[in-house]
Design a protein around this ligand. Structure first.
Ligand code: ADP
Length: 633
């Protein structure tokens, strides 16, 4: 089985290597670039949606805590106006006697204790403190002129005075709520409540909330982170700074600006701020980002700002970005692996298809050849059939010829047969006549001897006719013959002529078993010996040699005479049918032809040799019978 090698030839190297080289050169940077890009995208989306989520949550927190601040402040709003109802206050303002002052001082002290405010005090229209809740303290406001305070200036004009500032006496920050006290439509004084809002800051710190409140000047007045306190959330002009310094609202604090490292406006009231992380809450030096959400506080010019740290979100977004990049790398790896596997499978499939195609081609060729072979086989079978028929026809013709030859031989021999039979018949007649006479004379012993001779003669005649019958009978190709018996039968048949010529017979053969019909072997021998006798008619010392030897599973019998021999011209036609050199009715020219045919039919051969001295030798080759061990000889 040979396959076409071209079917398995790989792609030319120049075509196969180039795209692979390009792929190997460009694929890794491409995958890395996509990994980075997708990782960043994942980070960005995660951060974006995270900020949105935080903003929504922050919105709620902002609302909650802003309300808390509002309620804390509004709790005290009504308190200064209550003093309007207190008659001792108006009496003091009308008539500032020590008794009135004492009464009001004590009243204010009690009120301050109950309302848990920092201080409550009353001023006259010039801004002097007439009575105060902290009248017992060393740093009491009593008698102090606070007319420069903005809340006083507003309240004395009938406007609500709201003010965050640091106390000029105590240096303590506080929220001042002032109210102009009216009597019969005229302002007679101002009542002030100072409130401390530090509790809010503590509450925020406890809740780990980062928040601050900035006032109308943009100054942070309350902050969960003390470092941010009294810093301005927006830039202040020099003029404003000077004005604020003069008002002593923030005492002598420098009012530095709270400068973020980065500021990104996200929406109305929402910013992303990045501060250096050197505050008290965060110990390390990294920058820290916040989502800043601001909302104005109602009834005040203040703003509440909630800061939500973005660090966790950022870390989460980074993790998600890394996750996306890793997932992409994994998918890319799987895709590349899958692609490589697909190519390997495709190559294998192509090879298998090529092999299949080669097999198919081979099978087609085999089928074609088988068809051819079958056709030629059929032709051969036809030829064999024809040959067999021809052989059959030939065999039949041969049989017919043999039969005709035998009949011819019988015809030819009829004279000698008649002679052979006449002699005993004549002898029988004479003997029977004599025997009758001897019986009549009573010579019984002589009569009995004659009768024995008569019996012998009849036996001889029976043998002659039996031989003739056997010779005339049709034989078959299969069978076995005894060489000894066949020679004996032939010599018996030709007995008369042998005796007449007084021939010396030299026998030198074995009594072997030959693969030929007994009768046919006898026929052959009769022909050969008969021809020898014919050739030795004029020979003064006729001699016949019958010599045999076995070789290669065959037996070779040489029938040699010292007759006149065969002249060279006749040798050419010796085995041709009807070739004869014998005169008149003596020869039919069938003997050798038939004998050769019978020998060939039995798987043997009949040939001729011409000795240098007188005579002719016919060589009969016949196969020996192969005896099985069980078979007797
Ligand atoms: P027939 O005997 O009828 O002539 P054969 O076929 O037997 O036919 O023989 C053919 C011829 O071969 C004979 O006529 C004879 O001339 C020659 N021949 C055969 N045997 C011998 C022999 N032993 N010696 C000389 N001539 C022979």
């Amino acid at each position: 089985m040979k396959c076409d090698p071209t079917l398995y030839r790989a792609a030319p190297p120049s075509l196969a290597v180039k795209p692979r080289l390009i792929r190997h050169l460009f694929l890794p940077p491409l995958v890395i670039a996509l990994m980075i890009g997708l990782g960043y995208l994942g980070f960005w989306i995660s951060e974006h949606y995270g900020v949105r989520g935080l903003a929504e949550n922050g919105e709620r927190q902002l609302e909650l805590h802003a309300r808390a601040v509002e309620s804390e402040i509004s709790k005290y709003t009504y308190l200064p106006s209550l003093l309007e109802l207190e008659s001792s206050v108006s009496q003091l303002l009308d008539d500032p006697t020590p008794e009135h002052r004492k009464t009001v001082n004590e009243y204010l002290e009690g009120l301050n204790r109950r309302s848990r405010s920092r201080a409550i005090y009353v001023m006259d229209t010039t801004g002097r403190v007439m009575a105060t809740s902290n009248w017992r303290d060393v740093d009491s406001y009593l008698g102090e002129d606070l007319s420069f305070r903005a809340y006083f200036q507003n309240a004395v004009r009938g406007q609500p005075g709201r003010f965050y500032g640091i106390g000029s006496t105590s240096g303590e920050p506080g929220y001042y709520l002032a109210h102009g006290l009216e009597q019969q439509g005229k302002i007679i004084g101002v009542a002030v409540v100072k409130v401390r809002l530090e509790a809010m800051e503590e509450r925020w710190q406890r809740a780990r909330l980062e928040a601050f409140v900035s006032d109308e000047n943009g100054i942070i007045i309350l902050s969960s982170d003390p470092a941010r306190r009294l810093k301005s959330v927006r830039p202040l002009s020099d003029e404003t700074k000077e004005r604020l310094a003069r008002s002593l609202q923030y005492y002598w604090f420098p009012l530095n600006e709270l400068v973020p490292l980065a500021r990104e406006r996200l929406a109305e009231g929402m910013e992303k701020l990045t501060f250096p992380a050197n505050t008290e809450l965060v110990s390390d030096e990294r920058a820290i980002s916040y989502l800043s959400q601001t909302r104005p506080l109602s009834d005040t010019p203040w703003n509440f700002t909630l800061l939500t740290p973005l660090e966790d979100l950022r870390r989460q977004a980074i993790n998600q970005g890394i996750l996306v990049a890793v997932a992409f790398a994994l998918v890319a790896f799987l895709l590349i692996a899958w692609n490589e596997r697909r190519k390997v499978i495709a190559t294998r499939l192509a090879a298998r298809e090529a092999l299949q195609e080669a097999n198919n081609q081979l099978e087609r060729r085999i089928t074609e050849r088988t068809t051819d072979l079958r056709a030629s086989n059929e032709r051969l079978k036809g030829q064999i059939r024809e040959r067999r028929q021809a052989e059959e026809t030939l065999r039949r013709a041969q049989d017919e010829l043999v039969q005709a030859g035998k009949l011819a031989a019988i015809g030819q021999m009829s004279t000698s047969i008649a002679h052979e039979l006449n002699q005993p018949l004549a002898a029988l007649r004479t003997l029977s006549g004599n025997t009758v006479r001897f019986l009549e004379r009573g010579q019984l012993d002589i009569a009995s001897t004659n009768l024995k001779t008569i019996n012998e003669l009849i036996d001889r005649m029976g043998r002659i006719t039996a031989s003739l019958r056997a010779f005339a009978r049709r034989g078959d190709d299969q069978g076995r013959a005894s060489l000894g018996k066949a020679v004996e039968a032939a010599l018996q048949l030709l007995g008369g002529r042998l005796e007449k010529l007084d021939i010396q017979i030299h026998s030198g053969f074995d009594d072997v078993q030959l693969q030929i019909d007994q009768t046919r072997l006898e026929q052959i021998l009769v022909n050969l010996i008969g021809n020898a006798l014919d050739a030795m008619q004029t020979q003064p010392e006729p001699k016949l040699w019958l010599e045999g030897q076995a070789a290669d599973g065959k037996y070779r019998l040489r029938v040699r005479d010292n007759g006149h021999g065969i002249d060279p011209e006749a040798r050419k036609h010796l085995f041709e049918p009807f070739f004869t050199t014998k005169p008149g009715e003596q020869g039919l020219g069938l003997g050798l032809t038939l004998s050769a045919s019978l020998a060939a039919a039995a798987g043997g051969h009949l040939g001729v040799e011409y000795p240098l001295e007188r005579g002719t030798t016919f060589v009969l080759n016949l196969p020996l019978v192969r005896l099985s061990p069980a078979e007797p000889l």
